[in-house]
Design a protein around this ligand. Structure first.
Ligand code: B16
Ligand code: MG
Length: 216
C-alpha cells in the first residue's frame, strides 16, 4: 500500500453533471442533420472528446462529412453547449463533492482536475469551485484522449506527486482505464458492474471518506 498524496478528479459525472447539456446540444445538431439522438446513445459519449463524439454521432446517423464540415458542426454544437453552461450555478455541484475536496485539502492531500472538456474553466467558475484545485488539466492541455493516461500524468506532474501516490476519481470506463495505464489507483463513480477495473466503486463523492481513500 502506498501513501495517497494527491487526488485527481474527472469533472463531468464526478463533480458536476453536464451530460444533460451535452445531450441537448448533440440532439439539436442531430435533428438539424435529419436524424434522432437518444439519451441511451448519449451515455456512450461520457468522457469521450468532442471530436470523437461527433464522429460517432455522424456514424450512428449514417452521415458522411468533410473535415471542414465536421469542424463547423462541432463549433455549432459547442456554441449551444456553452450558452447552456453559462447559466450553471453552485447548486449544480454533485452531493459530497465540495465536502470531500475540502477534506482532502484539510488532510494535506493535493487536488487536481483531469477532464476531457475544453470548457472546464467555465464550469469551475460558474459553479464557484475553481479554488479547490491545485492544478487544472483539461481538454485544452492534452493531445491524447482517455484511455490514454496523458491527462492524469500531466496532473500528477503539475502537482509534483509520483503517479503511484495518486488516486483518480472517474465515472467513465475510458477514464478508469486511463488512470490504470498511468499507474494510479482509481475510484469509480457509478456502478461496479460497469467500472469493473476500479479499485473501489462508489455511487458519488458523498459516499467517499478519507478512511476509504487510505484503505486503497
Ligand atoms: P467539451 P469529462 C467530458 O468531460 C464529457 O464527459 C464528454 O461528454 C465531453 O464530450 C467531453 O468532456 C468534451 O467536452 O466539448 O466541453 O470539450 O467527463 O472528461 O470531465
Ligand atoms: Mg466524466
Amino acid at each position: 500500500m502506498s501513501t495517497i498524496k494527491a487526488c485527481i478528479f474527472d469533472l463531468d459525472g464526478v463533480i458536476v453533471d453536464t451530460a444533460v447539456y451535452h445531450y441537448k446540444a448533440w440532439k439539436r445538431l442531430a435533428n438539424e442533420l435529419g436524424f434522432d439522438f437518444t439519451e441511451e446513445a448519449n451515455e456512450k459519449l461520457k468522457g469521450v472528446s468532442r471530436t470523437r463524439s461527433l464522429e460517432l454521432i455522424l456514424q450512428w446517423g449514417g452521415v458522411t462529412k468533410t473535415d471542414a464540415e465536421k469542424e463547423e458542426l462541432a463549433t455549432r454544437k459547442n456554441n449551444w453547449y456553452v450558452e447552456m453552461i453559462s447559466h450553471m450555478t453552485p447548486e449544480e455541484i454533485l452531493p459530497g463533492a465540495k465536502e470531500f475536496l475540502q477534506a482532502c485539502i484539510d488532510a494535506g492531500i493535493k487536488t487536481a482536475l483531469g477532464s476531457a472538456s475544453k470548457n472546464s474553466m467555465t464550469i469551475l467558475q460558474k459553479t464557484g469551485i475553481a479554488h479547490f484545485f491545485n492544478a487544472v488539466i483539461d481538454g485544452n492541455k492534452v493531445s491524447k484522449p482517455k484511455p490514454d493516461p496523458e491527462v492524469f500524468l500531466k496532473g500528477a506532474e503539475q502537482l509534483n506527486i509520483p503517479p503511484a501516490n495518486c488516486v483518480v476519481f472517474e465515472d467513465a470506463i475510458a477514464g478508469v482505464e486511463a488512470a490504470i495505464a498511468g499507474g494510479m489507483k482509481v475510484v469509480g463513480i457509478g456502478s461496479p458492474e460497469v467500472l469493473r477495473e476500479a479499485n473501489l466503486v462508489v455511487k458519488g463523492l458523498d459516499e467517499m471518506s478519507l478512511e476509504k481513500l487510505r484503505s486503497l
